[in-house]
Design a protein. Sequence first.
Length: 102
Amino acid sequence: MTGDELELFDLLKKEKMTGAEEQKVKLAAKTLLHRLREEQPKVLVQDWFKDTQTQFRVRDAVEQVLHKQLPDSYNRVLFKKKCDAVFETMLNYAAQGQKWAA
């Protein structure tokens, strides 16, 4: 895994996971990065973090990918918590001109 994938994995993992769940979470991190950076339509556009509409598009993309990829054992509350953690981390980095700023 790349450094960014590992960072997302750390945000997405839960305390007790089976080996299969761990693999799904790793795939979720990898898929999410691919969706945000490489797929069309582009999600991480220039200065996405400065506009609420583009922030919404990024959050929506995060939720869509994670909804498809995370294990079924992630209940609604845990899913929301993980989506929020990923989005807030991305937003903080982008606002500082670091990763995921586009």
